[in-house]
Design a protein around this ligand. Sequence first.
Ligand code: NDP
Length: 519
Amino acid sequence: MTMQDSTQDSTVDQTSQQTFDSLSPINGDVVGTHPVHSAEDVSAAVLRAHEEAAWWSALSFDERAEQLLTWKGVITRRMAQLAEVMHQETGKPHGDALLEATLAIDHLDWAAKNADKVLKRRKVPSGLLMANQAATVEYKPLGVVGVIGPWNYPVFTPMGSIAYALAAGNAVVFKPSEYTPGVGEWLARTFHEAVGRPVLSVVTGLGETGAALCHAGADKIAFTGSTATGKRVMAACAEHLTPVVIEAGGKDAVIIDHDADIEAAADAVLWGACANAGQTCTGVERVYVHEKVYDAFVAEIVKQAETLRADDSADSPLGPITMPKQLDVIRSHIDDALARGGRALVGGAGAVGDRFVQPTILVDVPEDSLAVCEETFGPTVTIARVGTVEEAVRRTNATAYGLGSTVFSKARGMEIAERIRSGMTAVNGVITFAGVPSLPFGGVGDSGFGRIHGPDGLKEFTYAKSIARQRFKPVMPLTSFKRTAKHEQQLVQLMTMLHGRGTTLPKLGKPVKGRGKKA
Ligand code: NDP
């Protein structure tokens, strides 16, 4: 089966005839031909999206939720078709594509059903000084959100922005990666079918089309991709003071404490490192293992990894490397590690083929080597022995990135998790945070900023609107030229009474039970 042509009414008009092909990374076959949208096309798409935003934002939360849940139904019923498009364009196994679609559907459901609760107008305390005011806050849509997506999770990742931006009342113009344009078109086409209007539209093309989106008049850009391109996106958006959310790469580490379930930890590390052929922003790239269990862990993961292979057979658990130029990056990281005293217990020098990379487990790799410091984005992992958990935390945090992380420990999971500088941590599981719709997803440092998913992900695509409404005349006319010296004296007395001691804490929320004690 080849993918459909992109001449659907959900795609944007094109002024030139220029096209590009999307190719199967498994065998190089052309699986689709798509328009290269020019800067003019992109601007026209954003202009049109502003009209759609006016209609969409005028709907009630319930009305929008109904439309989004209709779309969810269409996606769910055609999940196998979507997975096939994903498989063709990225090469990922069909089962992995299904899992990815499942997670995206769950997020769409959550965003649609929770936007009302998170964003609707609510009362907030107005304080003693302003007791005569009724204070409310609500979160209003920004207008048009431009989403620039990656190829590695071409449904799950952009949907983290698309679903939440739409649920918050925005229209979306989506620029999928040049490696996965068919997936982007599929999403826009099914949305149009479900809702009947192109509130979600798609522009396709190469990097220039994405760059054009930054200059096209969107009210926010949500970007996922490399840190380097993220910086370019931010610089372009700065020209228009367009806000951005940046989901960039990571160098995620796993800490394995001496009391961890070793078999489960090995299974999780292997999957976290090699699933999706290692092309996961929150994939496992480094492991720090307590010396008491290091040998047992290494023996277990080697045993498990030896059964894993990447090839072009239909039931291969690992697909190809989607972006051909990534093969050189992966090869250079393995070569550098081996040249600097590292040893490959599985895979190694010959692991990188023309399209596929075999799982590679590296030990004794210096901490300043490429494989430990830079994002490899392949099915490789480095494992290091540590004397204490404290050393593991220090080495985990010795990176400019800070996206995800993992801890395996029976007694100290939460305590260790809290000490890791990363946006998300999984305890006794791996990448589990991504599947919990109510948890915000995002990083710190070179991993970017802003959040998708959860309440924060909804608010990311809104602005806060505060209203203070006077209920009765103030006791003291503080914001009036009728204010007198006597009023000022009364104010000082009141402030001294309220804040002079400076020590009274307001009642805070209940701390989480057992915080910092047990996993
Ligand atoms: P990029 O950061 O180059 O691309 C990500 C997205 O940005 C794509 O849609 C791309 O379009 C678009 N884009 C490219 N140039 C511009 C620009 N100047 N302005 C606006 N948008 C632009 O990532 P790559 O796909 O080249 O991958 C490179 C590396 O990035 C990988 O090796 C990996 O380390 C990391 N990466 C991390 C991801 C993550 O999830 N954190 C996801 C993908 C990559 P187009 O594809 O058409 O060029």
